[in-house]
Design a protein around this ligand. Structure first.
Ligand code: PMT
Length: 401
């Protein structure tokens, strides 16, 4: 996938390296990309809107409102972009980004962005090495952003060291590389894929719940992969630490099985493919205590009631949807998985067994077998990202039949 035709949002913050952005814009435009520039108010001290808009061929925005009274929607700008590049990114803008201090158009747009974000820091060497900057860059990376490290050399202050913004050529190559490595065929273009992920928590009282060890990794890997293949993804997840920053993925967070069921059926009629990777609690406490349950007796008996079986309900109401279930088993694995395929009216089931080392909950890896009514395919232990590819390859092959 080349950079041509891509929508690149560049956010300039107030540093002397801003002058280099002219070269970056020219390079992107030459390669056929669409470039939209936004700037912090301080960036205007270093470059003019006129020079930038002349090169980008689009108006440049610095505020939520233009002089003619029109609103510059940060949400629209953010959703428009295939990638966002913050360059130069000053210590101030970096800090606002990672701490959510939303006091200008650049930060509001950044906080609305679902696309991959690239950060090219530029500051004096002591600022660049300061523990707060180090921590902020680490946080940015933990959000999934790509930091294009500052380079060493003579700085505007006259000091020599690391802090110069990466050269426009380096930034441009990074973006080229990003698009080339995402050269996935758009095999799910036009399809809507619904994925359930993570555990559900069933409240016992205001502080306790019944849950399980699902991390959500398997479901989030599936969501990312389906999005890379061009699908619109509705990801319905129980409580997990997983994050996703992808404009094709609509993330809905729920807590309990009943909430997951309700959310699934908000979208069910509109989806083409449903994949249930969530580990839904089969039972929930009959009553949720209003106050914290006190420790009085030696034994505590809880009455549990059956939760709705979300996937079974999806199977019962299936009209055109291709349904994929998971089976997490500890014994009689294959028979149980095939039983669930029938009972829940699925098209395909993915078996993972807790008896296989590295498979199932929490791990970054999984080992699966896939069953349809007529086929069986066994896969090696792989990363969950790779497993997601195997599953979607199998789904696509079934859809072509
Ligand atoms: O989240 P990770 O840490 O990455 O772990 C991934 C995983 C192990 C959770 C995942 O690979 C997996 O196996 N998910 C299904 C777990 C499970 O609940 O399996 P099950 O055999 O109990 O359920 C069968 C199917 O029915 C599943 O698709 C499940 O989502 C669905 N189900 C189950 C019960 C229920 N009340 N509603 C459901 O929709």
């Amino acid at each position: 996938m080349s950079i041509s035709g891509k929508k690149i949002l560049i956010a300039i913050s107030g540093g002397i390296a801003a002058y280099k952005i002219h070269f970056l814009i020219r390079d992107f435009v030459k390669k056929g990309a669409e470039v939209q520039v936004i700037m912090t108010p301080d960036a205007e001290q270093f470059v003019t809107k006129l020079s930038i808009s002349t090169l980008s061929k689009k108006p440049v925005y610095t505020d939520f409102y233009s002089d003619n009274g029109t609103w510059n929607s940060h949400v629209e700008l953010a959703l428009w972009a295939d990638v966002m590049i913050v360059a130069p990114c000053t210590a101030n803008t970096l800090s606002k980004m990672v701490h959510g201090m939303c006091d200008n158009l650049v930060i509001a747009t950044y906080m609305s962005a679902k696309c991959p974000v690239f950060i090219a820091p530029a500051m004096d060497l002591d600022m660049y090495m300061h523990p707060s900057t180090r921590k902020n860059l680490e946080m940015a990376e933990s959000f999934g952003h790509v930091v294009i490290p500052a380079e060493s050399g003579e700085l505007a202050s006259g000091l020599i060291g690391q802090g110069r913004m990466a050269e426009p050529e380096t930034i441009s190559n990074t973006i080229d590389h990003f698009f080339n490595s995402h050269q996935e065929a758009q095999t799910l273009q036009g399809k809507v894929v619904l994925i359930t992920a993570g555990p559900t928590y069933e409240a016992l009282d205001p502080v306790r719940f019944i849950g399980n060890h699902s991390s959500g990794k398997m479901g989030f890997s599936l969501a990312e992969e389906a999005s890379k293949r061009g699908a619109k993804v509705i990801l319905i997840s129980g409580p997990t630490a997983q994050t996703i920053n992808d404009k094709n993925v609509e993330l809905h967070k729920i807590t309990s099985a009943k909430e997951m069921l309700a959310k699934v059926f908000e979208f069910y009629d509109t989806i083409d493919i449903g994949i249930a990777s969530a580990a839904v609690a089969d039972y929930a406490p009959k009553e949720v205590a209003k106050e914290k349950i006190k420790k009085n007796d030696e034994n505590l008996t809880l009455e549990l009631v059956k939760n709705p079986d979300i996937l079974k309900t999806m199977g019962e109401k299936k009209t055109h949807q291709f349904l994929v279930g998971f089976a997490l088993e500890t014994q009689n694995e294959e028979d149980n998985a095939k039983g669930k395929l029938e009972k829940k009216n699925l098209d395909m089931i993915v078996l993972n067994s807790l008896r296989d080392e590295g498979a199932g909950f929490k791990n970054d890896t999984n080992k699966i077998k896939i069953f349809t009514r007529t086929e069986k395919k066994e896969f090696d232990l792989k990363s969950k990202d790779e497993v997601a590819k195997d599953i979607l390859n199998f789904v696509e092959a079934q859809l072509l039949k």
